[in-house]
Design a protein around this ligand. Structure first.
Ligand SMILES: [Ca+2]
Length: 347
C-alpha cells in the first residue's frame, strides 16, 4: 500500500518519452520542462515556492493566480509581482482571483505571515502590473488550450480552483496533474482538526476533492518535516540578495505553527515549497492513496480533511504525501535557488 516515491503517475508520463534507437548516435535529449501554473496566496512559504518554481530547470512557470488567504487579495497579488521581480521573471503573468471564500468570512493569517504577508522582508513593488481578467478565466483558458500539459499547483485556499471547476468541470480532465499544499491526515494547525488552507474555505475544498480528479495532498503530514533549520538558514545566507532580502527576513518574521513548537522542532516549516518540489522531484516523497472528504458541517472540525487510507480503490480520490527525504529536499531547493541571478548579487 505505502509507496516509496510519489513517482507513479508523475513518472509514468516521463516513461512516455521515446527511447533513442540503438545503433544511432543521438544527442542526449534535454528533459522536457514541465509547465506549471501556481495558484497561491503569498505568504512567506508561497514566496519561497514561487522562487523555486522560477529557478528549477525542470519547471516552466506559465502563470500565477492569486487568492485571498494569508493576507488580502491586493497584498497577495502585490507580493506575487514583487517576488517574480526578485526572481528575474517579471514576464510571468499574474492574475488575481477570489477576494473572499465561497461562503465564509475571510480568515487571514497576518499573525503568522506579518502585515505585508512576507514577514520581515521588504521587497520593492514589481515593475509589472497584474494582468487584466480573473484567475478563473485564466486557469480555464490556459489549461484548456494545452490539455494534458499543465500541472496545476494550489498553495492557498481552494476558492479559485472550486470556482473554475464549477464553471468548467472538464478542467479536472484537462490538467496533467493537480497538487495542493493543504490538509492533513492527522492534526491541523489553525484548529486541532483543520489546516489553514482548507479551514479558510472548506466548501471550496469539498468541491475540489469531489471533482472526479486525483488530488495530490501535500499536507502537514509531510510539510512539518521540511524545516528551515539553523544549518539551512546558514546556507541561505550564502545566497546573496535572494537570501538577504527575501529568504532570511521572510523566515525570521515567520512564526510558523507556534503550537507545534517551531524552535523545539528545529525551525520554521516551508509548507508550500514542498508542493512545487514534489512536481520537480516526485521521487523524494512517499505517498499513499486514500479517500479524503472535507468536513464542512462540524462545529469544531470544519476544514478537517478526513482521510481513509483503507478506502476501496475505486473510491480513492487523493494521493496523500506522507514523507520526504529532507536532506535531498533542501539540496534540491537550495540548488535551484543558486541558479538565480539574485543569488549572486551582493546582499
Ligand atoms: Ca500559501
Amino acid at each position: 500500500m505505502r509507496r516509496r516515491g510519489c513517482a507513479g503517475p508523475l513518472a509514468a508520463r516521463h516513461r512516455l518519452i521515446p527511447r533513442p534507437r540503438l545503433g544511432r548516435v543521438t544527442q542526449p535529449a534535454a528533459p522536457a520542462r514541465q509547465r506549471v501554473i501556481l495558484d497561491c496566496d503569498p505568504g512567506i512559504d508561497d514566496a519561497l515556492a514561487i522562487v523555486f518554481a522560477c529557478a528549477h530547470p525542470g519547471l516552466d512557470l506559465a502563470g500565477l493566480t492569486t487568492v485571498s488567504g494569508n493576507v488580502d487579495l491586493a497584498k497577495v497579488t502585490r507580493n506575487a509581482l514583487s517576488v517574480l521581480e526578485l526572481a528575474g521573471r517579471p514576464d510571468v503573468p499574474v492574475v488575481s482571483g477570489a477576494g473572499q471564500p465561497l461562503l465564509r468570512p475571510p480568515l487571514d493569517a497576518p499573525t503568522v505571515h506579518g502585515e505585508s504577508g512576507l514577514g520581515a522582508a521588504q521587497l520593492p513593488a514589481g515593475w509589472a502590473a497584474a494582468a487584466s481578467g480573473h484567475a478563473v478565466d485564466f486557469l480555464i483558458g490556459e489549461i484548456g488550450a494545452a490539455q494534458g500539459e499543465i500541472t496545476l499547483v494550489a498553495t492557498g485556499p481552494l476558492t479559485n480552483i472550486a470556482l473554475a471547476l464549477r464553471r468548467e468541470p472538464r478542467l479536472a480532465r484537462w490538467v496533467r496533474d493537480f497538487v495542493i499544499m493543504g490538509g492533513s491526515a492527522g492534526r491541523g494547525n489553525v484548529t486541532p482538526a483543520a489546516e489553514f488552507n482548507i479551514a479558510v474555505d472548506p466548501e471550496a475544498a469539498a468541491i475540489v476533492f469531489g471533482a472526479g480528479w486525483r488530488v495530490t495532498m501535500v499536507g502537514l503530514d509531510v510539510t512539518l518535516q521540511a524545516r528551515a533549520t539553523p544549518d539551512i538558514q546558514d546556507r541561505m545566507r550564502e545566497l546573496g540578495r535572494l537570501g538577504s532580502s527575501l529568504l532570511l527576513p521572510g523566515l525570521l518574521g515567520y512564526r510558523g505553527e507556534p503550537e507545534q513548537g517551531d524552535a523545539a522542532a528545529g525551525g520554521p516549516p516551508v509548507h508550500d515549497v514542498c508542493a512545487v518540489a514534489l512536481v520537480a522531484a516526485p521521487g523524494l516523497f512517499s505517498c499513499v492513496p486514500a479517500r479524503v472528504e472535507v468536513e464542512t458541517a462540524g462545529r469544531w472540525t470544519a476544514g478537517m480533511t478526513v482521510t481513509d487510507f483503507a478506502a476501496a480503490q475505486a473510491s480513492r480520490n487523493a494521493l496523500v504525501v506522507t514523507a520526504v527525504d529532507v536532506a535531498a529536499f533542501w539540496d534540491l531547493v537550495l540548488g535551484a535557488y543558486q541558479r538565480l541571478p539574485a543569488a549572486h548579487e551582493p546582499g
